[in-house]
Design a protein around this ligand. Sequence first.
Ligand code: PEP
Ligand code: MG
Length: 550
Amino acid sequence: MDLHELHGVGVGRSVAVGTVLRMPDPIPEPPVTERNGDAAEENDAVTAALAAVAADLTARGVKAGGPAQEVLDAAAQMAQDPMLAEDISTRINDGSTGERAVFDAFHTFQKMLTDLGGYMAERATDLGDVAQRTIAHLRGVPAPGVPESDVPFVLVAADLAPADTALLDLNKVLALVTRDGGPTSHTAILARAKSIPAIVGVAGALDLADGTMVIVDASTGAVIVDPDSDQIADAQRRIEERAAAISAPITNGALADGTSVPLLVNLGNPDEAPGAVELGAEGVGLFRTEFLFLGAQTAPSVESQQASYTTLLQAFPGKKVVVRALDAGADKPLAFLTDAHEENPALGLRGLRVLRVKEQILRDQLTALKGAQDATDADLWVMAPMVSDAEETEYFVRLGRELGLNTVGVMAEVPSLAVLADQVLAVADFVSIGTNDLTQYTLAADRMLGSVASYQDPWHPSVLRLIKMLGDAGNAANKPVGVCGEAAADPQLAVVLVGLGVTTLSMTPAALADVRAELATVTLEQATARAAAALGASTAAGARTAAASV
Ligand code: PEP
Ligand code: MG
């Protein structure tokens, strides 16, 4: 087969050159055979295998630390899920072998999650991994995992289990290429956090043979197969430029003419704060509070919330910290807020809409934030997600002020809010643009759906024009308008955003160095010219090219 270039969704911006090493094939499906042995013995063996797998995953988590630990702990919890254990035991008692019972029970559960779609469907892969590890343990064979090699390689797999991604040896794995997975799969999340170039959702990935030379270009989502020497030289140059950018001294974000563009970070847990400060975070542009409570069955108390927020704020003395009120719904259901079944959850009762219905939960959260504001000397800003217009803005700002918060604003994620930006900025202290959702809603493309991933491109001129409306309104009202979606982590787009009037950029900490380096290469005049060129394009690809040619 002639494979010159394969395509998928790039994660991060970096490039790698190396030879392919394929992940070993998964353990084959256990046959459906009659159980010969004793049910009690088989049950005991499965219980022991599940416990061993859980312990192994937990131990790997402790070794990995950070976001990887959360992923591995969640996988360990799956191995100890009582519902699954009961299902397995029932199957064994009904005559199944232990291996087959594990396979069937996990498979049923996996299917249930897949049918739920979105965030839940992406967790289904994790379940499959736990099942494979358990079956391997029962068979006494090694668990499936990343291959060993003496030389660095590009890892190619159908998909990576969280346990594998979390523990990747960064000295050995140059890049990841997977056939499955979308931009929000664990492979993507962990690759981004570890700054490994990755391309997910690559059809044909498994046709790449071991030893094939490839260039993995995450910025374009292309895997170049058997590149020529010019292509390799170009990739090497980009790798060196990036290495230089990353090792450059940490300074505050600024353009070449000295225009300040504060570089902030997106966090989901106070534990991530010290690492972000080390990478030069000038504050927090988005703290996703719902990540603290994804597993909670009941609403968290004011006291426990206040403790978490205080820990976060203490990591940023004198700095700006933007905390977002709970953004529940769609791919992030919270048991205590979202219970209704919806056909189109992204268009449903989510974000501020559900907080307004359950106002006491919102009041408790804002009260906890006020407590943290008073207990620390960070500059706390609070904002609401999924806000549609000035009336909703007014509701949230009024409540925030009533409860004593100093600075209250809203996210721009729904196009209607951008269209009415002047009205919104007359009421809010600031606006922060969530480009992930703004793109999803502007292009009417579910951000969790791989089949429409190509629409999920914040370079689309329609999205850029909405951002310009927000930037202009912020400028006219003399109020800050930041960006906290993934778009801010794309260095070329970050320049365009500044040219559109955006005043701060907030991103995953791993992206800070690249964005800082790119901003330093342009003046405000040049950024504005690039923005104007991008606005005139008719497609996302056209906007990229237009901005680059200025
Ligand atoms: C966004 O929508 O761009 C955003 C930052 O919020 P989240 O990704 O949490 O929906
Ligand atoms: Mg959002």
